[in-house]
Design a protein around this ligand. Structure first.
Ligand SMILES: CC(C)(COP(=O)(O)OP(=O)(O)OC[C@H]1O[C@@H](n2cnc3c(N)ncnc32)[C@H](O)[C@@H]1OP(=O)(O)O)[C@@H](O)C(=O)NCCC(=O)NCCS
Length: 329
């Protein structure tokens, strides 16, 4: 097995103050109920951003925590990569706004668009930049403020998503800990199963697109579900094979927190018992690019990630995009 080039030196997460329960969504007039949402998704509540809680502010809060825990000061950060599908502005990247908020004046900063796979893709890019000598310290953030682009009258989507940010600091690895293997894949032929039709160059915002609610996220839930299960199964197999490991070597699986049924199917396929699978979708909903780093930091804070442990990460998102990582802590 190759010696790891980069390791995760610190983790952090931040979520907006306001908690919205399933009952709160039903009370907004959405035709749904707590029992159905819990049974079909495992979600009980999510955090939703209010005034002043921008993507930049949430992402910067998560990043500050990760940097403190990694013992990294702002001037040491070489690169900031922010995975998101809900930036503060269409131009420029939210990563540069986060750079300014953090005072990482030496850094290059850019956003990475891979939807719910955003943090995982960004981590693979960060590892490559460290491996090829471009950077020593990379701040990787997955952050979303999806509440602004979700249709709060569409029960298909508004029950699923939440806002938040997770961050990790990646540094050059000196020892045996770090990224052992990774896998990433996409399929653009399926883009329209989970997308935001309007707002880009093909269909700019117009009174018609607003009337047809095309500025919101649209999702074919059942189709997405099937592809998520299939793709995350492939992802776990591929990263384990590349690391020459088996399910028995995995101490913890941290999957994208989309839906508890997708997580259970992924674990079952991989042959990893649910006791070794981290789940917090009940408290945060699907926070897209933020979901894995929030889950990782939550697991770290609960003392579930210890030195020497092998952790398998698996992601799936719009695009479609999917991928996996094996990391030794
Ligand atoms: C969205 C999702 C929860 C819907 O669950 P589902 O089991 O596929 O639900 P369906 O759309 O097949 O609908 C099943 C029934 O529940 C009803 N229903 C759908 N949404 C509902 C809701 N929010 N509340 C109450 N009832 C609902 C439907 O009308 C349907 O009723 P019927 O059988 O009487 O026609 C599920 O498809 C899912 O999680 N998909 C993946 C989403 C995801 O993870 N996206 C992000 C990927 S990164």
């Amino acid at each position: 097995m190759k010696r790891p080039a980069a390791f995760i030196a610190g983790t952090g997460h931040a979520v907006p103050r306001r908690v919205v329960t399933n009952a709160d969504i039903a009370a907004m007039g959405v035709d749904t109920n707590d029992e159905w949402i819990i049974e079909r998704t495992g979600i009980r509540q999510r955090h939703i951003a209010g005034d002043g809680e921008t993507l930049t502010s949430i992402a910067a809060d998560a990043a500050r925590q990760a940097m403190t825990r990694a013992g990294v000061h702002p001037g040491e950060v070489d690169i900031i990569i922010l995975g998101t599908a809900s930036p503060d502005h269409l131009l420029p990247a939210t990563a540069v706004e986060v750079q300014t908020a953090l005072g990482c004046s030496r850094a290059a900063a850019f956003d990475l668009s891979a939807a719910c796979s955003g943090w995982l893709y960004s981590t693979i890019v960060a590892e490559s930049l460290i491996a090829n000598g471009t950077a020593n310290t990379v701040l990787v953030i997955g952050a979303e403020r999806l509440s602004g682009i979700v249709d709060w009258t569409d029960r298909n989507t508004c029950i699923v998503f939440g806002d938040g940010a997770g961050a990790t600091v990646m540094r050059r690895s000196e020892g045996q800990r770090g990224v052992l293997s990774h896998f990433m894949r996409s399929d653009g032929a399926l883009a329209e199963l989970l997308w935001r039709p309007a707002g880009g160059g093909v269909l700019p915002f117009s009174p018609e697109t607003f009337a047809q609610r095309q500025h919101y996220v649209h999702m074919s839930g059942r189709e997405v579900f099937k592809h998520a299960v299939r793709s995350m199964a492939e992802a776990t197999d591929r990263a384990l094979d590349a690391a020459r490991l088996t399910a028995a070597d995995v101490d913890l699986l941290i999957p994208h927190q989309a839906n508890v049924r997708i997580i259970e199917a992924t674990a079952k396929h991989a042959g990893i018992p649910m006791e070794k699978v981290f789940v917090n979708v009940d408290r945060f909903g699907n926070t897209s690019a933020a979901s894995i780093p929030i889950a990782l930091n939550d697991a770290v804070e609960q003392g579930l990630v210890k030195e020497g442990m092998t952790v398998l990460f698996a992601a799936f998102g719009a695009g479609f995009t999917w991928g996996s990582l094996v990391v030794r802590f």
